[in-house]
Design a protein around this ligand. Structure first.
Ligand code: AP5
Length: 215
């Protein structure tokens, strides 16, 4: 499986990637996660990326492409990958095509998770993450059950909010999506790779739709 999950912030790319990893045994490559790890570790790359991320803007292409080239060269991608949050603009999509052509592993499908703006906003403002184990919750749609979480993970859910899930930053992220990432829908339609999935359904129903779309 070699796919891209395309969609606006909060459309469920990370959530569905986790299910795909379990079902297909291929790694999730999330540029957002890789960048947040670099920020947390205080690396030079992380310091460069932080101000753009906090403002809801895209990190520069050179930084992101360097990260992706390095990640795609790792052995665990031999049987495929799920790209989550990459590519984000036409330049990144062109560069991805070049890299995948070089390694002889073209994309099989690009799955667009389609969702209305109002729902995106609620999903993003409601998202909380357990800082101990990284599990993602939503105070509106999937709040944590303390006892269940303690039994499964050995700790209480200790919830934090991503700095870019503040309302003012969400607006900017959605603007950036419209201006820079949305053109990829036509780009991948033209390439014959686009599959559209209705992401306004339960997590399981969206997952089933993705499975059908990539079958
Ligand atoms: P990134 O981390 O990629 O964020 P994003 O694209 O904005 O997407 P999110 O992670 O916010 O949302 P998601 O679609 O994964 O939704 P989730 O599954 O969590 O990027 C962050 C920043 O890094 C960017 O702004 C940029 O600065 C930088 N960056 C990253 N990649 C870059 C690139 N390629 N180039 C340049 N810069 C880059 O779900 C959201 C919530 O909804 C959760 O609470 C979840 O529990 C809930 N939920 C999910 N599905 C459902 C459902 N079906 N029903 C009910 N609730 C649901």
């Amino acid at each position: 499986m070699r796919i891209v999950l395309l969609g606006a912030p909060g459309s469920g790319k990370g959530t569905q990637s986790q299910s795909l990893v379990k079902a297909y045994g291929v790694p999730q490559i999330s540029t957002g996660d890789l960048l947040r790890e670099a920020v947390a570790a205080g690396t030079a790359l992380g310091l460069r990326a932080k101000s753009a991320m906090d403002a809801g803007k895209l990190v520069d292409d050179e930084t992101v492409l360097g990260m992706i080239r390095e990640r795609l060269s790792q052995a665990d991608t031999a049987n495929g990958f799920i790209l989550d949050g990459f590519p984000r603009n036409i330049a990144q999509a062109d560069a991805l095509q070049t890299v995948l052509r070089e390694i002889g592993k073209p994309l099989e499908a690009v799955v667009l998770l389609n969702l209305d703006l109002g729902i995106l906003f609620k999903r993003l403002t409601g998202r909380r993450i357990c800082q101990e184990c990284g599990q993602v919750f939503n105070i509106y749609t999937s709040p944590p059950d303390s006892a269940q979480h303690r039994a499964a993970n050995g700790h209480e859910p200790r919830l934090i909010q991503r700095p870019d899930d503040r309302e003012d930053v969400i607006g900017k992220r959605l603007e950036v999506y419209d201006a820079q990432t949305k053109p990829l829908i036509q780009y991948y339609k033209d390439a014959g790779l686009l599959r559209v999935v209705d992401a306004d359904a339960s997590m399981d129903a969206v997952f089933a739709s993705i499975q059908r779309a990539v079958a």
